[in-house]
Design a protein around this ligand. Structure first.
Ligand code: S3P
Length: 426
């Protein structure tokens, strides 16, 4: 589906967003593992979260919608049931990586499959540490899905330094460690998002600039009431829209303000963005609050490499902000972008070249400056939800608007994107 966007004159009003995708996945997984009834308020409504629900549902977990909440009847330690067909993670890397850590500890064999895009993404990064724990888990020869898992009760706790800043890898090992009596010790050099540690209440220490996370079956989840804050990565798309449209003011209510996720707010503020935070609350170990965003003049800044894992999902929309900010936009040390729903370095650069900008692509990032010379751009989404939304936002800021091909992919994280835009665009 091709989506047309016309220039907007003003952004005003209030948005309340569906639950954060990362916190939603974890709420579903922890509720499914806990023995008894959990309640999840404001669960994310994207296809990825549905993939996690579908996988646990096919392993015997009962899910029921009640008013605006999800009631989950979890099964308990090693009590999941053998699924009758392969577990389909759809487009969701988080589903595929995190359930691997659960499946290796069950007393049945299973298989994880996914869509075309997910079937290109690396799985070896979780298979290697799980194999060190003694798991019997195998990817296809290219290190991707389908993954075959032979369940076992003979896994061992490990001490492991995570070689890539990835919350999915970290969370997969934590989930496996939750099934073991001995303590697994994880060492993280560059911090990635920490929802798993926070929501499970894990013990964490610091040593010579590295974070150490401890996990064993003492941390196995119990039934809980989860309040999922609005998705900061979804909110991120509306930030440059409000900042870069004249006479605008936008309130985004109750959004996740976890410190490992708010790099996008920090960077936009350093670029000159007027963004304020208020009504800070805490549920399930997670901070949330309201954001007030007002029209500002933005300038590009140097993006420090330590912040990359914190903004990894927001780099596409930060690049859009960069187009309409003074100075040259540059991002490096972001090789991980090549392994996302699309190769995001290549997807962004192709669309920027289509606009007529001066673009340099690097193996780990890209730089650009110059003026937009294409008056009627038609962007490619590469069937990647964050690329689709980023270039949709850019189109709303361009004199003649713009079009985005294959826009349906937005449903992966935010099926209500167009509806939300309508409520705040004037
Ligand atoms: C996620 C972690 C990130 C992120 C993804 C969600 C998570 O991936 O890009 O959208 O919920 O753990 P990596 O951990 O692989 O960087």
């Amino acid at each position: 589906m091709e989506q047309q966007f016309n220039k907007i004159n003003k952004v005003e009003g209030t948005l309340s967003l569906p639950g954060d995708k990362s916190i939603s996945h974890r709420s579903v997984i922890f509720s499914s593992l806990a023995e008894g009834e959990s309640v999840i308020h404001n669960l994310g409504n994207g296809e990825d979260v549905k993939s996690t629900v579908r996988c646990f549902s096919s392993m015997g977990v009962n899910f029921a919608n009640q008013h605006d909440s999800l009631i989950v009847k979890g099964l308990g330690l090693k009590k999941l049931k053998k699924p009758s067909s392969p577990l389909n993670a759809g487009n969701s890397g988080t589903t595929a990586r995190l359930i691997s850590g659960v499946l290796v500890n069950q007393d049945f064999d299973s298989e994880i499959i996914g869509d075309e895009s997910l079937s290109r993404r690396p799985m070896q990064r979780v298979i290697s540490p799980l194999a060190l724990m003694g798991a019997n888990i195998h990817a296809s020869p290219s290190g991707t899905l389908p993954v075959k898992v032979f369940g076992s009760d003979k896994l061992n706790a490990i001490e492991y330094e995570i070689p890539v800043a990835s919350a999915q890898v970290k969370s997969c090992i934590i989930l496996s460690g939750l099934h073991l009596q001995n303590e697994t010790k994880l060492i993280e050099g560059i911090p990635s998002r920490d929802h798993t540690e926070k929501m499970l209440g894990l013990t964490v220490s610091n040593s010579i600039g590295k974070k150490i996370i401890y996990v064993s079956n003492k941390n196995y989840p119990v039934p809980t009431v989860y309040h999922v804050p609005g998705d900061i990565s979804t909110a991120a798309f509306f930030m440059p829209l409000a900042l870069l449209t004249d006479n605008s003011e936008l309130l985004i209510k109750n959004v996740s303000l976890n410190e490992t996720r708010i790099g996008v707010v920090t960077l936009l503020k350093s670029m000159g963005g007027n963004i304020e935070t208020e009504n800070i609350k805490q549920y399930n170990g997670e901070l949330s609050g309201d954001l007030i965003i007002k029209t500002s003049h933005l300038h590009n800044i140097e993006i420090p490499s330590e912040i990359i894992p914190n903004i990894i999902d927001e780099i596409p929309i930060l690049a859009i902000a960069g187009i309409l900010s003074s100075g040259r936009f540059s991002i490096r040390n972001a090789k991980e972008l090549r392994g996302k729903e699309s190769d995001r370095i290549s997807s962004i650069c192709s669309n920027l070249l289509h606009l007529g900008l001066n673009v340099t692509e690097f193996p780990d990032g890209f730089e650009f400056d110059g003026q937009i010379t294409n008056p009627f751009p038609v962007f490619e989404s590469y069937e990647d939800h964050r690329i689709a939304m980023s270039f949709g936002i850019l189109s709303l800021l361009l004199q003649n608007g713009g079009k985005v091909n294959n826009f349906n992919s937005v449903a992966i994280s935010n099926p209500d994107f167009i509806k939300q835009l309508k409520t705040i665009s004037r």
